[in-house]
Design a protein around this ligand. Structure first.
Ligand code: 5GP
Ligand code: ZN
Length: 118
């Protein structure tokens, strides 16, 4: 996709701090980290969001999830981490190239994401 910033990051047209790369997947640090460790895994294939995922993408999605714990540990998440995939407007997605956030690395429990209304 021509105007996709994450496609440009994959191609090296926009610089990033790379965490991991293989034939199908790219991982890099978030420019505005929410915790001591905050990186994202993205498919090299431009898929806008989870809403655009098709049956043929199942292996790719599985590969992304499989990589999460080993990369998280490698980056310093020794006692857990949070994985987030924001989807669409209500999900708060800002960049429309599917990405899984991995957040952690501190010593404290991460804040509750969606407070219980009661
Ligand atoms: P979303 O809200 O779509 O789930 O998350 C998009 C994330 O991409 C945000 O956390 C934002 O900080 C990050 N981001 C946006 N532009 C860039 C960029 O050019 N480089 C990097 N490394 N991260 C970016
Ligand atoms: Zn893209």
């Amino acid at each position: 996709m021509e105007n996709c910033i994450f496609c440009k990051i994959i191609k090296g047209e926009i610089p990033s701090k790379k965490v991991y790369e293989d034939a199908d997947i790219f991982a890099f640090h978030d420019i505005h980290p929410a915790a001591p460790v905050h990186f994202m895994l993205i498919p090299k294939l431009h898929i806008a969001s989870l809403n655009e995922v098709e049956e043929k993408h199942q292996d790719l999605l599985g590969k992304i999830m499989f990589l999460v714990p080993s990369l998280a540990k490698e980056q310093g998440c020794t006692d857990g981490f949070r994985t987030i995939i924001n989807t669409g407007r209500v999900g708060g997605q800002e960049v429309y190239h599917l990405h899984a956030h991995v957040i952690g690395g501190g010593t404290e429990r991460l804040p509750v994401m969606i407070p219980n209304p009661s």
